[in-house]
Structure formats: C-alpha cells, structure tokens
Design a protein around this ligand. Structure first.
Ligand SMILES: NC(=O)c1ccc[n+]([C@@H]2O[C@H](COP(=O)([O-])OP(=O)(O)OC[C@H]3O[C@@H](n4cnc5c(N)ncnc54)[C@H](OP(=O)(O)O)[C@@H]3O)[C@@H](O)[C@H]2O)c1
Length: 328
C-alpha cells in the first residue's frame, strides 16, 4: 500500500517520503481500516518537525492520528460484522509507528468508532483530536451549564468545536477571542455571544464589562504562554482555567491573583484521556453527530503525495478550519 513516512525529524518537504509498504494484517482485538481521509493536526506537524524531540521513538513513522475510512478486515476476537463499517479513528499515531497517512491502518478495535451515515469521511478525519479535545475542555469538571465561558481562539480547529459545544451544553454566555474580521465572522456563526479581537480590542476591560466585573467562570485556553496574564485577570473567584495549548514550553503564571482567586488550573492532552473520559467524549460526540447539530469546516485538502504541503498549511497557521489529506 502507499503511505507517507519519515525517518528523521525536519522540514516537511525534506523528510516526508511517499513509500510502498505491505498491507498490515490485524492481530487479536484489532481492525484494519481502509482509509479515505487523514486529518493533519498541529501535533503531527510538531512531532515531524522535531519541536518536542529530535529523536524518533521508532525508526520509521507514518504520521497522523486522525482519519476515516471503512473496516475491511478484523483480527481474532473482533465481531466479523464490523467488516464494512464506516469509522473514524483516534490516537493512530500516538506512541505508535503507523498513523493514518496511508491507504490502511491497523488499530485496536475501540480506536475505530462508527461514523454516522450523515457525516462525510473528510469530517470524520477531523474528530479524533479537534472534536474530542473541545468536548473534554467544555465538559470536564462538571461542564459549563449556566456558566460564562471565555474560549481563546474560537476560530481554531479545536476552538470552533468548543464554541458550539459550550453553546449546546447550556453555557450562559460564550465569549471568544480572534485575530481578524474573517475569524470573527466564523466565531459569531458558531454561536459566540461576544467576539473580541485580541490584537486590537481591550480584552480585559471588555470581559469585565460583559461580566459586570465578576469575571468568567471558565477559560478554555489555546495559548497559555501568550494569555496567562489576561486569563488570571479576567477569571472569577473559584474559576477554572482549562488549558490545552501553549506556544512556549515554559509558562510564567501570576501567582498572587491565581491564589487569591482560588483558581483551578487544569491541563490535559487528548491522547491521554482516561478510558472513562474517552468513552464519555466519544459517545457524546456520536450523539451530536447523529443529531446533525455541529458545523464542520474542512478548509483545505491535498492528495496523499502532497502531504508535505498539508503540513506546511498547518504549520503556517493561516487556515481557518481543518486540513485533510485524501488517501484513496
Ligand atoms: N491538549 C490537547 O490535547 C490538544 C489538542 C488539540 C490541539 N492542541 C494544541 O492546541 C493548539 C491549537 O490547535 P488547533 O488544531 O485548534 O490549531 P488551529 O486550528 O491552528 O487553531 C489555533 C487558533 O488559536 C488562535 N490563537 C493563536 N494565538 C492566540 C492567542 N494568543 N489568543 C487567542 N487565540 C490565539 C489562532 O488564531 P490566530 O493565530 O489568528 O490568533 C487559531 O485560530 C496547538 O498548539 C495544538 O498543538 C492540544
């Protein structure tokens, strides 16, 4: 089968290669998914670029954790009736050498989730990281019903789902930040009550005005290193700062407002959700997909042989929505 792989970290064009590898066979408890689409996330790009580590955990890596396709073979212990099922997959490249930038992937069967009929494959390929991250950020620790929520970067891949899910979960007020008018329009369309341009607006003052000086109950943070000062200024007493991203590896936090306000700081990475949190997120997401209440935005698509371009699009950060590689 055809696959994209790398054997060293570095720039996408320099290290990503189209290769031919044997079709993998599913072992006990596993399924094989014939992939049609592979989702590209910042995490895949950072790992390939050597941002976290220049050392590779495996001699050869087929990237990408998210994807969608059809189960075409099952291993011992898996119901034969799963053959033919349309699925989306999660964590395909997390601590594994073989991700979804290939014509097929073999995974433990729970990592291949039934894709509702009304959801196209390209959307299914963007659920594992963006949608599950958003769902957990909104619903962890009792959720956001009746709360005022600030979602940093509401036009991002995770941010767009977080906006919609906060709305659907009964948040009282959803505030978000963006960097330009196009992103502001996207955020408004997804249900944000208040959209602020963090490069131009006095965000702190505006949030204080919107909340009557009380502050926000929960912040869902995409860039802690850039927003820490703001976050601890606008969070309310006993508020929760839920962090899923930070550009810098070291973050300085203003200690005094944090401790006086009894702020809870929650970090999480979607790859490491507990099995219970994973089941909750996956089943809730399935219900939302079946109900057709989520809007999805696949912004760019590239064929498998142009995966390097897809990586560059994600790296450059100019795309509003998801980047998908068409495998089939
Ligand atoms: N913890 C996890 O499990 C997890 C899961 C998914 C993603 N992540 C991480 O989260 C980050 C975002 O992922 P993504 O897929 O959503 O990427 P994305 O689609 O590129 O979205 C990122 C968004 O954040 C905005 N942004 C950047 N700096 C900002 C700031 N200081 N304040 C407000 N908004 C800001 C960007 O817009 P502008 O540049 O226009 O401001 C962009 O809209 C990445 O670092 C990724 O690695 C972590």
């Amino acid at each position: 089968m055809r696959a994209i792989a790398y054997q060293q970290t570095g720039p996408a064009e320099a290290v990503l290669r189209l290769i031919d590898v044997p079709l993998p066979e599913p072992g006990p408890g596993e399924v094989r998914v014939r992939l049609s689409c592979s989702g590209v996330n910042p995490s895949d790009v950072k790992t390939r670029g050597g941002v976290r580590s220049r050392e590779l955990p495996f001699p050869r890596i087929i990237p990408h954790s998210d994807g969608a396709g059809v189960i075409d073979a099952v291993g011992p212990g898996v119901e034969a009736s799963r053959v033919g099922e349309r699925v989306w997959v999660w964590n395909a490249a997390w601590q594994r050498p073989d991700g979804t930038a290939a014509e097929a992937v073999v995974l433990p069967q729970q990592q291949a989730v039934r894709l509702p009929e009304n959801v196209p494959d390209e959307v299914g390929a963007c659920l594992g990281i963006p949608a599950l991250t958003a769902w957990h950020a909104v619903h962890c620790n009792g959720g956001v019903a009746g709360k005022t929520v600030l979602i940093a970067g509401g036009a991002g891949s995770v941010g767009q789902y977080a906006l919609q899910m906060a709305r659907l979960a009964g948040a009282a007020t959803v505030i978000t930040t963006v960097s330009n008018a196009e992103k502001a329009a996207v955020a408004r369309d997804l249900g944000a009550d208040v959209v602020l341009n963090y490069r131009e607006d006095p965000v702190r003052e505006r949030v204080e005005a919107v909340t009557g000086g009380r502050g926000v109950d929960r912040i869902i943070e995409v860039e802690l290193s850039g927003n820490a000062q703001l976050d601890f200024a606008v969070i309310r007493q006993d508020g929760e700062l839920v962090v899923y991203g930070s550009d810098a590896g070291q973050v300085s936090v203003p200690f005094f407002p944090a401790i006086v306000k009894n702020v809870s700081l929650q970090f999480f990475i979607v790859y490491n959700l507990t099995p219970l949190d994973r089941r909750r997120a996956v089943s809730a997401l399935t219900r939302l997909l079946e109900a057709g209440v989520l809007k999805h935005r696949v912004a760019e698509r590239r064929p498998l042989e142009r995966t390097a371009e897809a990586h560059r699009l994600v790296e450059e950060g100019g795309v509003i929505g998801n980047v998908v590689v068409d495998v089939g």
